[in-house]
Design a protein around this ligand. Structure first.
Ligand SMILES: Cc1cc2nc3c(=O)[nH]c(=O)nc-3n(C[C@H](O)[C@H](O)[C@H](O)COP(=O)(O)OP(=O)(O)OC[C@H]3O[C@@H](n4cnc5c(N)ncnc54)[C@H](O)[C@@H]3O)c2cc1C
Length: 444
């Protein structure tokens, strides 16, 4: 059976065909084999690393799923300009290692690095940094195979603005040219601080560091802050045993135990959360940037993340935390910052300095009532969802939130006139490809 399952285990798909192309030509052939019709049959989707919580990957039972794991080569590196051409299936971690060999690095990353490059870009994956844009903003060219099997090299800013964050709805991205920065060392300081103190000086904290974020457990009044800044000099990585102790045994092991207890006895959540926060001590790391940004996530959860105008984040966090305290939630909420991002029409940070609020729930504990309640609160603040995380929006509710919606749809009609990539999950959030798009194109 061609079974596919996402990281959280909540989404499954059993496509009629699961193909593993090794080249752009093989991608084009796979698309040509699956006659697109827009009505369910012939739908083609790509699975990256399966780290999205939203149902963008699953196809109907008669559909085709492509995995680009074998398309993971570095094609060209220009150290002087920082421009790097790679195949789209490469994982962020492997790419970071290869970039480091060439003295280069991602400008910024999220808190894991196991995603595929194309998957991370397609959903607007971001890290934190009030002056920095998400990963996709550094894409300067994209090669993609459209819904008719034709290959395009997108280089104009107009096309790229539509295609950087595409949800995989414009085509199968096969190669990416990425602007990288010289390799750098980060000093990462994790420090528990009184929540009210952090909220009172949030602008200074967010603007005063290259990367600032914090976590808050429901039922606690502590912000677990993380502040990362560049430093001169080489990395001073911890010994493997220490890294294991910090990243695996403490962060994931002790926390995982608390989560299992919470799942068995939800009434213990307030006490467990307070204990975890009391145990949280500060730590400082000086390491290669990607190793400070990303850490292993071994405790499985489900997640929703919303993007709001940064001016609203304190009010949103207060309301969402109060809501979380009405449910048994042994996971922290997370606040991050991103600069206004006009590099992509569908970037959740489009047009406004943005703060993200992520809400998590431990695997196997009731998530939907909690997440839906926070969703409704966030809606009151004009939130846009992270495309790769859980949300209950539809094309109708999303279109008015994006000034560039129509421009995106115009390119979509051009590149996917028959709805080859419009799986039910994609059609829900982007709508169906306009009826007649194919005929209109043919008539031109
Ligand atoms: C533990 C965990 C931590 C996370 N941390 C962060 C974080 O810090 N910041 C953040 O912003 N997000 C975070 N995420 C979300 C994650 O970065 C995104 O959901 C990302 O899209 C996952 O990449 P993937 O390779 O797994 O893609 P998938 O989930 O497999 O696919 C995502 C989308 O990309 C499309 N796609 C994949 N490859 C291609 C291609 N070649 N061409 C066209 N479309 C393609 C898919 O069809 C789908 O629409 C996290 C998720 C998890 C599970």
């Amino acid at each position: 059976v061609n079974a596919w399952r996402n990281w959280s285990g909540e989404l499954v798909s059993t496509p009629a065909r699961l193909e593993r192309p090794r080249s752009t030509a093989e991608v084009a052939a796979a698309i040509a084999r699956s006659s697109g019709s827009g009505s369910g049959s012939g739908v083609v989707r790509v699975a990256g690393a399966g780290h999205s919580f939203s149902d963008l990957v699953p196809v109907p039972p008669d559909g085709t799923l492509l995995r680009l794991d074998a398309m993971d080569r570095i094609l060209d590196v220009d150290r002087a300009t920082g421009l790097v051409r790679v195949q789209a299936g490469i994982r962020l971690r492997a790419l970071s290692d290869r970039l480091a060999e060439h003295g280069l690095a991602f400008e910024n990353l999220g808190d894991i690095n196991v995603q595929s490059l194309a998957g991370a870009i397609a959903t607007g994956t971001h890290g934190t940094g009030a002056q920095l844009a998400p990963v996709h903003a550094n894409v300067v060219a994209l090669q993609l195979v459209d819904g008719t099997g034709e290959t395009h090299e997108l280089t104009s800013e107009d096309d790229l603005r539509a295609a950087r964050v595409s949800l995989g709805a414009l085509g199968v991205v096969t190669e990416v040219t990425l602007r990288c920065v010289p390799l750098f060392t980060l000093r990462g300081v994790d420090e528990p601080r009184p929540l009210e103190e952090v909220l009172a000086s949030l602008d200074e904290l967010a603007d005063g560091a290259e990367h600032f974020e914090f976590y808050v457990f429901p039922h606690t009044d502590v912000a677990l802050t993380r502040t990362n800044n560049r430093v001169e000099g080489p990395p001073r990585p911890p010994r493997p045993a220490r890294r294991f102790l910090e990243d695996v045994a403490l962060t994931n092991g002790a926390f995982g135990t608390a989560c299992r207890l919470a799942r068995a006895r939800p009434s213990l959540v307030p006490a467990l959360n307070r204990s975890i926060v009391r145990l949280a001590s500060g730590r400082t790391r000086v390491d290669r940037s990607d190793r400070v940004f990303a850490s292993p996530r071994l405790v499985h959860f489900t997640e929703m993340e919303v993007a709001v105008d940064r001016a609203h984040i304190v009010d949103l966090l207060r309301a969402a935390k109060a809501e979380a305290e009405r449910h048994p939630v042994p996971f922290p909420m997370e606040v991050r910052f991103v600069a206004a991002d006009d590099s992509a029409l569908l970037s959740p940070a489009h047009g406004r300095p943005t703060a993200y609020l992520a809400s998590h729930q431990y695997r196997g504990m009731p998530a939907e009532p909690f997440l839906r309640a926070v969703h409704a609160i966030a809606d009151g603040f004009g939130a846009r969802p992270h495309w790769g995380k859980r949300h209950w929006h539809t094309a109708e509710t999303l279109a008015p939130r994006y000034p560039g919606w129509e421009a995106f749809q115009a390119l979509r009609a051009r590149l996917d006139p028959e709805g080859t990539f419009a799986s039910p999950g994609v059609a829900r959030v982007l709508g169906r490809v306009p009826v007649g798009a194919a005929a209109q194109l043919a008539a031109r």
